[in-house]
Design a protein. Structure first.
Length: 212
């Protein structure tokens, strides 16, 4: 076999293998982040929004909020940031439903900050980062489902927060193979183009080309 043909063959092999290796490494990052509890003293605990039903948190959101209550009781100096907007037909935002639930579980109103416009993780964290930094608060613990951990940590760092993630315990234990694959692809793309741009591309695909 000529040297030229060997070089071409090795080049083609690298072209095929490089994306596979990159995706495998990204999957490992997503998996490891999902199974690591980054709870620590923080200036704010930020909980990512999820569905609410006329002011009542869905089971997924309630699990996140219960975890926030546990974390806050260990560090009552921290503020709690609730996030998430609403659908056009909703009466309440995800943030409002979360705040009501947290107050009922002992977190004072004065410790709760609201981000009420977010329709994506990036928007919620970017908006939260803006008002947290105005208050001089940047050290945060993020709370969401385990398979989101790597992506939301990456977003938080891109928008200027010193972030760790404490995933909800139930989702750390559960198997969500499809979710991990989806998050791996999202994180892999975001590491190349940036989390802001990746979020915009995702919105355009979901909305059929409209601006996200």
């Amino acid at each position: 076999m000529s040297r030229r043909r060997q070089v071409v063959r090795w080049g083609l092999l690298l072209v095929v293998l490089a994306p596979v290796v990159y995706l495998a490494a990204t999957f490992a990052t997503v998996w490891n982040a999902a199974h690591h509890d980054g709870a620590r003293p923080a200036e704010a605990i930020v909980v990512l929004g999820a569905a609410q039903y006329d002011g009542r948190p869905s089971p997924a959101l309630r699990a996140r909020l219960d975890h926030v209550v546990e974390l806050w009781r260990k560090d009552e100096s921290a503020h709690v940031v609730v996030t998430g907007g609403k659908q056009p037909s909703d009466r309440f935002t995800e943030a409002t439903a979360s705040a009501t639930y947290l107050r009922a579980h002992g977190i004072p109103e004065g410790k709760i900050l609201r981000e009420v416009h977010g329709r994506s993780s990036f928007q919620s964290l970017a908006d939260s980062a803006a008002f947290l930094k105005r208050r001089g608060l940047t050290r945060v613990v993020l709370v969401s489902d385990a398979y989101h951990a790597a992506r939301i940590k990456g977003i938080a760092e891109e928008v200027g927060l010193d972030a760790s993630v404490s995933p909800t315990p139930a989702t750390r234990e559960a198997a969500h193979a499809g979710r991990y694959v989806k998050e791996t692809l999202a994180v892999a793309a975001a590491r190349i183009v940036g989390f802001r741009r990746a979020a915009g591309l995702s919105n355009r695909v979901r909305d059929g080309g409209a601006n996200g």
